[in-house]
Design a protein around this ligand. Sequence first.
Ligand code: DQA
Length: 170
Amino acid sequence: MVTRTRQGQTKAAQGASRRSTPAVLVIHGPNLNLLGTREPEIYGRTTLAEIDRQIVELGRELGIKVETFQSNSEGQIVDRIQDAGAEIDVLIINPAAYTHTSVAIRDVISAVEVPAIEVHLSNVHKREAFRHHSTIADIAEGRIMGFGADGYLLALRAASRLICAKRKNP
Ligand code: DQA
């Protein structure tokens, strides 16, 4: 449940403005644990561990506390976003195959009211028609796709801008 203060701020927004160090959660959906060996001609050869290392390092440079989480299970992804709720300023998410099917992931992003950035390694619009639909595209702050692992770093820079803008103008 999203609880609003008398000023109409969500709990998530309140939590974010109280914290001194901004926090971002990065979620990787199903089969992204196989990066490095999974269809490298589409997804590249960088492993998930290397991607996570780069994200956390950039987070340190930008002064953002970054946590990463991968799961092959829709329910675990929903639970992780619910748990993060008021603790994070921005969610960066590559829902992988769940992008195209999951109402549950869309609903939890709406429920926690945390700005979300959607990332895909590949440009899904250059691929099969079933990948063109995303259940979260219209509730995301923005979408980054087609730049491989760099997409996560671009997303973190975008998140940093969003956080600065929100803190200046809550
Ligand atoms: C993906 C694209 C999805 O269509 C696919 O199911 C994935 C990865 C991407 O990052 O390009 O698993 O989200």
